[in-house]
Design a protein. Structure first.
Length: 138
């Protein structure tokens, strides 16, 4: 979610990141994301850091300071174990990178997200590339 602010007579708009305060993953079932889909945005500022191999052989892909994907990467596909996306720049990272990548995924993800300290709460469901965001109550 992004907030658009109009300024002045020329009606210039700037997009302000509307950040995710809390991301709670409920289900990850066979979720597979092509790694290149995470790096498809031509604007390099919204690309994750390169995957880092962890001691157990899995990988962590850092999305933001407080956001990451933990996965096993096989044949350039991230077999996702967990996803967290929250904190500074999380709204932009969601819209610019993670959502488009999830639209190219297979498998299932369910999460609940609290936006901007409770201004908005939604349930995220991803099933074989279909991303659904539904407003909900806590």
């Amino acid at each position: 979610m992004c907030l658009r602010i109009s300024n002045g007579a020329a009606r210039r708009e700037r997009v302000v990141s509307y950040n995710i305060t809390r991301w709670q993953t409920k289900t990850v079932d066979g979720l597979r994301i092509p790694v290149e889909a995470l790096y498809a945005n031509p604007d390099r500022s919204w690309r994750p850091k390169a995957p880092v191999r962890l001691a157990d052989g899995s990988h962590r892909i850092e999305l933001t300071e407080s956001g990451f994907i933990d996965a096993i990467i096989v044949d350039d596909v991230a077999e996702v174990r967990s996803i967290v996306l929250q904190g500074e720049a999380s709204g932009h990272m969601w819209h610019e990178t993670l959502k488009p990548a999830l639209e190219r995924s297979t498998g299932r993800l369910e999460a609940v997200r609290i936006w901007e300290g409770g201004d908005y709460v939604d349930r995220l469901t991803v099933v074989d590339g279909t991303v659904t965001e539904t407003e909900t109550d806590l």
